[in-house]
Ligand binder design. Structure first.
Ligand code: CA2
Length: 139
């Protein structure tokens, strides 16, 4: 089973600031963790990160007919992007949404997610473990 893991804007800065919210580990550690989890679950993963909404839309479109599932942390685009929602609807690939932090216990604007409208499941507030649970959903 082939899974595309997408991380959105600023997640490449993990570990640099706000460790109380996002943890102390950096983005390389997250990518290593995801690969190890995927191996343990016998899933084939492709990892993609972008700070650009259009690039994320492009990679979702290109996933059509190629991937069996998408794990996405859209980061700030979670709360703003109808374009990413529409791309996920267009390809119809089962999607699990992940957030490192508990978005529901932070600022009001983080409580709304466009991606949740299409996601099979949303996992928030579990740090790196959320990605493992998302992969486990597909396994
Ligand atoms: O909790 C999450 O995973 C978020 O998707 C992270 C986004 C935020 O906009 C969402 O509301 C929740 C932000 C990622 C930015 O990551 C940073 C990394 C280092 C320093 C500051 C921010």
């Amino acid at each position: 089973m082939k899974i595309l893991v997408i991380n959105g804007p600023n997640l490449n800065m993990l570990g640099i600031r706000e460790p109380d919210i996002y943890g102390k580990q950096d983005f390389d550690a997250l990518q290593k963790y995801i690969r190890e989890c995927a191996d343990a679950l016998s899933l084939k993963v492709t990892l993609f990160q972008s700070n650009h909404e259009g690039e994320i839309v492009d990679v979702i479109q290109a996933a059509y007919g190629v991937y069996d599932g998408i794990v996405i942390n859209p980061a700030a685009y979670t709360h703003t992007s109808v374009a990413i929602l529409d791309a996920l609807k267009a390809v119809g690939i089962p999607t699990v949404e992940v957030h490192l932090s508990d978005v529901n216990s932070r600022e009001e604007f983080r409580r709304h997610s466009f991606v949740s409208l299409v996601a099979k499941k949303t996992i928030a507030g579990l740090g790196f473990e959320g990605y493992r649970q998302a992969l486990e959903y597909f396994a």
